[in-house]
Design a protein. Structure first.
Length: 212
Protein backbone atom coordinates (compact mmCIF):
# COMPACT_ATOMS: atom_id res chain seq x y z
CA UNK A 1 0.00 0.00 0.00
CA UNK A 2 1.37 3.41 -0.98
CA UNK A 3 1.87 6.25 1.46
CA UNK A 4 -0.97 8.19 -0.11
CA UNK A 5 -3.38 5.32 0.59
CA UNK A 6 -2.15 5.06 4.17
CA UNK A 7 -2.71 8.77 4.72
CA UNK A 8 -6.24 8.55 3.36
CA UNK A 9 -7.02 5.61 5.65
CA UNK A 10 -5.77 7.57 8.66
CA UNK A 11 -7.72 10.60 7.51
CA UNK A 12 -11.12 8.95 7.92
CA UNK A 13 -11.06 8.59 11.74
CA UNK A 14 -9.53 12.07 12.05
CA UNK A 15 -12.43 13.53 10.06
CA UNK A 16 -14.94 11.66 12.17
CA UNK A 17 -13.34 13.00 15.34
CA UNK A 18 -13.54 16.51 13.91
CA UNK A 19 -17.21 16.12 12.97
CA UNK A 20 -18.05 14.80 16.43
CA UNK A 21 -17.05 18.22 17.75
CA UNK A 22 -18.26 20.41 14.89
CA UNK A 23 -21.79 20.18 13.52
CA UNK A 24 -21.48 23.20 11.23
CA UNK A 25 -20.39 21.13 8.23
CA UNK A 26 -21.42 17.98 6.41
CA UNK A 27 -18.69 15.87 4.78
CA UNK A 28 -18.72 13.29 1.99
CA UNK A 29 -15.62 11.16 1.38
CA UNK A 30 -14.36 9.38 -1.75
CA UNK A 31 -17.17 10.62 -3.98
CA UNK A 32 -17.35 9.13 -7.49
CA UNK A 33 -17.80 11.75 -10.22
CA UNK A 34 -18.20 11.67 -13.99
CA UNK A 35 -15.69 13.70 -15.98
CA UNK A 36 -17.11 14.34 -19.41
CA UNK A 37 -18.26 11.47 -21.61
CA UNK A 38 -15.37 9.09 -21.03
CA UNK A 39 -13.83 9.86 -17.66
CA UNK A 40 -14.47 9.48 -13.98
CA UNK A 41 -12.67 10.12 -10.70
CA UNK A 42 -12.85 10.07 -6.93
CA UNK A 43 -13.09 13.30 -4.97
CA UNK A 44 -11.25 13.01 -1.65
CA UNK A 45 -13.62 15.23 0.31
CA UNK A 46 -16.65 17.40 -0.33
CA UNK A 47 -17.52 19.75 2.51
CA UNK A 48 -20.89 21.49 2.83
CA UNK A 49 -21.39 24.47 5.11
CA UNK A 50 -24.76 24.03 6.82
CA UNK A 51 -25.06 27.77 7.43
CA UNK A 52 -24.10 29.18 4.03
CA UNK A 53 -24.65 26.17 1.80
CA UNK A 54 -21.14 26.60 0.37
CA UNK A 55 -19.74 23.49 -1.29
CA UNK A 56 -15.97 22.92 -1.08
CA UNK A 57 -13.93 20.23 -2.84
CA UNK A 58 -10.71 19.19 -1.08
CA UNK A 59 -8.09 17.31 -3.07
CA UNK A 60 -5.40 16.04 -0.70
CA UNK A 61 -1.94 15.04 -1.93
CA UNK A 62 1.16 13.58 -0.30
CA UNK A 63 4.41 14.98 -1.67
CA UNK A 64 8.12 14.48 -1.07
CA UNK A 65 10.09 16.96 1.00
CA UNK A 66 11.81 18.62 -1.96
CA UNK A 67 8.56 19.12 -3.84
CA UNK A 68 6.92 20.56 -0.75
CA UNK A 69 9.74 23.06 -0.26
CA UNK A 70 9.45 24.16 -3.88
CA UNK A 71 5.71 24.64 -3.49
CA UNK A 72 5.84 26.49 -0.18
CA UNK A 73 9.22 28.16 0.18
CA UNK A 74 9.60 29.26 -3.43
CA UNK A 75 5.93 30.07 -3.82
CA UNK A 76 5.50 27.74 -6.80
CA UNK A 77 2.25 26.39 -5.38
CA UNK A 78 0.82 22.96 -6.17
CA UNK A 79 1.77 21.06 -9.29
CA UNK A 80 -0.23 21.98 -12.35
CA UNK A 81 -1.48 18.42 -12.78
CA UNK A 82 -2.90 18.48 -9.25
CA UNK A 83 -4.71 21.75 -9.94
CA UNK A 84 -6.16 20.38 -13.19
CA UNK A 85 -7.34 17.21 -11.47
CA UNK A 86 -8.93 19.13 -8.64
CA UNK A 87 -10.48 21.61 -11.06
CA UNK A 88 -12.21 18.85 -12.99
CA UNK A 89 -13.53 17.32 -9.78
CA UNK A 90 -14.78 20.69 -8.54
CA UNK A 91 -16.48 21.38 -11.88
CA UNK A 92 -18.16 17.96 -11.82
CA UNK A 93 -19.92 18.74 -8.54
CA UNK A 94 -20.28 22.50 -9.17
CA UNK A 95 -18.26 23.40 -6.08
CA UNK A 96 -18.01 26.98 -4.89
CA UNK A 97 -14.37 26.51 -3.94
CA UNK A 98 -11.52 24.12 -4.75
CA UNK A 99 -8.86 23.47 -2.11
CA UNK A 100 -5.61 21.66 -2.95
CA UNK A 101 -3.95 20.36 0.22
CA UNK A 102 -0.38 19.08 0.52
CA UNK A 103 1.01 16.79 3.22
CA UNK A 104 4.79 16.57 3.11
CA UNK A 105 6.64 13.31 3.77
CA UNK A 106 9.45 15.32 5.36
CA UNK A 107 9.06 18.15 7.85
CA UNK A 108 10.77 21.48 7.25
CA UNK A 109 13.16 22.15 10.12
CA UNK A 110 11.93 24.56 12.84
CA UNK A 111 14.67 27.08 12.04
CA UNK A 112 14.00 27.00 8.31
CA UNK A 113 10.25 27.24 8.86
CA UNK A 114 10.71 30.30 11.06
CA UNK A 115 12.81 32.00 8.38
CA UNK A 116 9.94 31.54 5.90
CA UNK A 117 7.24 32.56 8.35
CA UNK A 118 5.75 29.07 8.65
CA UNK A 119 4.05 27.83 11.81
CA UNK A 120 4.26 24.26 13.13
CA UNK A 121 1.54 23.02 10.78
CA UNK A 122 3.12 24.81 7.83
CA UNK A 123 6.23 22.68 8.30
CA UNK A 124 4.40 19.73 6.74
CA UNK A 125 0.99 20.90 5.52
CA UNK A 126 -0.30 23.68 3.29
CA UNK A 127 -3.36 24.47 1.20
CA UNK A 128 -4.27 26.64 -1.77
CA UNK A 129 -7.75 27.96 -2.61
CA UNK A 130 -9.25 28.34 -6.10
CA UNK A 131 -12.66 30.01 -6.52
CA UNK A 132 -15.01 28.97 -9.30
CA UNK A 133 -13.98 31.72 -11.70
CA UNK A 134 -10.39 30.42 -11.53
CA UNK A 135 -10.83 26.65 -11.69
CA UNK A 136 -13.75 26.50 -14.15
CA UNK A 137 -11.80 27.64 -17.26
CA UNK A 138 -8.96 25.23 -16.45
CA UNK A 139 -11.37 22.33 -16.04
CA UNK A 140 -13.24 23.12 -19.26
CA UNK A 141 -10.02 23.27 -21.30
CA UNK A 142 -8.70 20.02 -19.83
CA UNK A 143 -11.96 18.18 -20.38
CA UNK A 144 -12.03 19.35 -23.99
CA UNK A 145 -8.43 18.17 -24.46
CA UNK A 146 -9.14 14.73 -22.99
CA UNK A 147 -12.29 14.32 -25.08
CA UNK A 148 -10.25 15.15 -28.18
CA UNK A 149 -7.71 12.48 -27.27
CA UNK A 150 -10.43 9.85 -26.82
CA UNK A 151 -12.11 10.71 -30.12
CA UNK A 152 -8.78 10.62 -31.98
CA UNK A 153 -7.86 7.28 -30.42
CA UNK A 154 -11.18 5.73 -31.49
CA UNK A 155 -11.03 7.22 -34.98
CA UNK A 156 -7.38 6.76 -35.96
CA UNK A 157 -5.77 4.68 -33.22
CA UNK A 158 -3.61 5.70 -30.24
CA UNK A 159 -0.45 6.25 -32.29
CA UNK A 160 -2.17 9.15 -34.08
CA UNK A 161 -2.27 11.19 -30.87
CA UNK A 162 0.59 13.71 -30.47
CA UNK A 163 2.60 13.17 -27.28
CA UNK A 164 1.85 16.66 -25.99
CA UNK A 165 0.85 18.19 -22.70
CA UNK A 166 -1.91 20.71 -22.04
CA UNK A 167 -1.80 24.27 -23.35
CA UNK A 168 -1.95 25.44 -19.75
CA UNK A 169 0.97 23.34 -18.46
CA UNK A 170 3.74 25.71 -17.31
CA UNK A 171 6.45 23.01 -17.32
CA UNK A 172 6.35 22.03 -20.98
CA UNK A 173 5.73 24.59 -23.75
CA UNK A 174 2.92 23.72 -26.15
CA UNK A 175 3.17 22.15 -28.76
CA UNK A 176 6.35 20.36 -27.64
CA UNK A 177 6.13 16.58 -28.04
CA UNK A 178 7.71 13.75 -26.08
CA UNK A 179 10.24 12.08 -28.40
CA UNK A 180 11.74 9.67 -25.85
CA UNK A 181 9.21 8.33 -23.33
CA UNK A 182 11.96 6.31 -21.62
CA UNK A 183 13.48 9.52 -20.29
CA UNK A 184 10.60 11.94 -20.80
CA UNK A 185 12.65 13.98 -23.27
CA UNK A 186 10.66 16.52 -25.28
CA UNK A 187 11.55 18.83 -28.16
CA UNK A 188 9.98 21.87 -29.76
CA UNK A 189 12.14 23.17 -32.57
CA UNK A 190 15.42 24.15 -30.95
CA UNK A 191 13.99 23.98 -27.42
CA UNK A 192 14.22 20.76 -25.43
CA UNK A 193 13.87 19.37 -21.92
CA UNK A 194 12.54 16.44 -19.88
CA UNK A 195 9.11 15.73 -18.44
CA UNK A 196 9.22 14.04 -15.03
CA UNK A 197 5.64 12.84 -15.55
CA UNK A 198 6.74 10.05 -17.90
CA UNK A 199 8.44 8.21 -15.02
CA UNK A 200 5.11 7.89 -13.22
CA UNK A 201 2.83 7.27 -16.21
CA UNK A 202 0.93 3.96 -16.27
CA UNK A 203 1.26 3.91 -20.05
CA UNK A 204 5.01 4.55 -20.34
CA UNK A 205 5.77 1.00 -21.52
CA UNK A 206 3.02 1.18 -24.16
CA UNK A 207 4.24 4.58 -25.29
CA UNK A 208 7.78 3.24 -25.68
CA UNK A 209 6.64 0.21 -27.68
CA UNK A 210 4.51 2.36 -29.99
CA UNK A 211 7.62 4.28 -31.03
CA UNK A 212 9.75 1.20 -31.72
Amino acid sequence: MGLGSVVHELLEPAIQQWLDNDDSVHVEEEVNVELGLHGHGHVDLILYSKASGEKIVLELKTINGFGYKMAVERGEGPRHSHVLQGSMYARAVEADLLVIGYLSMENISPQRAESFGLDDIGRFACEWHYPKDVYMPLAAMEEQRLEGIVLAAHADGPTSIPRRFAHTDPDIPFPAEINDPKTGAWRDGTSFGKAWQCRYCDYQTRCISDLE
